[in-house]
Design a protein around this ligand. Structure first.
Ligand SMILES: *[C@@H]1O[C@H](CO)[C@@H](O)[C@H](O)[C@H]1NC(C)=O
Ligand SMILES: *[C@@H]1O[C@H](CO)[C@@H](O)[C@H](O)[C@H]1NC(C)=O
Ligand SMILES: *[C@@H]1O[C@H](CO)[C@@H](O)[C@H](O)[C@H]1NC(C)=O
Length: 190
């Protein structure tokens, strides 16, 4: 009897497990994002990794301008980089792509590394596909943790305000290649 119950249970598990999986995949929920509303506002938390690659055949960040003193400046003051960086769910560059960061950053600090960043974060995953937010912020990139300001958005992020907590995951001092963890908190009206 007990054995029969176990067989029935196993069959039940085998049948229902793939079904639950399908339901999870088919819904709007995505692993890197979380949304909560209080009836007036929605708070969205997004977590993803930003891959800024300066070296190799296909760099995602390229130098487009510099000042006379950039090469002699300890902070590369005056350099301007144009960026089209992939955003993924995990630090591994081959993990699932959820969007791209497009815009530019430049060195705006003469005595310490202070990047000025103006960038659009456009998403392609789940219900966020087609939506974006924009940052316009100073980024003291050598600090292990930085706070960046979100100044607006489009689509699901229309009228967004918010901030990003950015943490360097890896930085190659020779090439400047960096992987940065982004934890964005956005508030939008319902
Ligand atoms: C930049 O350097 C070049 C050569 O050293 C010089 O001719 C030019 O006037 C400099 N430009 C500025 C804006 O200082
Ligand atoms: C995102 O939207 C575009 C344009 O509507 C569509 O072509 C694409 O398949 C969508 N991607 C995903 C992952 O849903
Ligand atoms: C990201 O930020 C949210 C909201 O502040 C916080 O709850 C969460 O723990 C943070 N995640 C990480 C990995 O820091």
């Amino acid at each position: 009897m007990a054995r029969l119950a176990m067989v029935v249970m196993l069959i039940f598990l085998v049948i229902t497990m793939p079904l639950a999986q399908t339901q999870e995949d088919g819904s709007d929920q995505v692993s890197w994002a979380n949304r909560n509303d209080n009836g007036k506002e929605t708070v969205t938390n997004l977590q993803f990794y930003f891959h800024d690659t300066l070296s190799g055949k296909n760099p995602s960040a390229v130098r487009v301008a510099q000042a006379n003193q950039t090469n002699t400046s300890p902070t590369g003051f005056g350099v301007l980089m144009m960026v089209d960086d992939p955003l993924t769910v995990a630090p591994d560059p081959n993990s699932k792509l959820v969007g791209r960061a497009r815009g530019f950053y430049g060195s705006a600090g003469q005595t310490e590394l202070a990047l000025i960043m103006v960038m659009n974060f456009g998403f392609t995953g789940g219900i966020y596909n087609g939506s974006s937010f924009t940052i316009a912020t100073l980024n003291p990139a050598l600090n292990p943790v930085r706070e960046l300001s979100i100044v607006g958005g489009t689509g699901i992020f229309r009228l967004a305000r918010g901030y990003v907590i950015a943490r360097t995951y890896s930085l190659d001092p020779t090439t400047g290649n960096a992987i940065v963890g982004y934890n964005a908190t956005l508030v939008t009206f319902i």
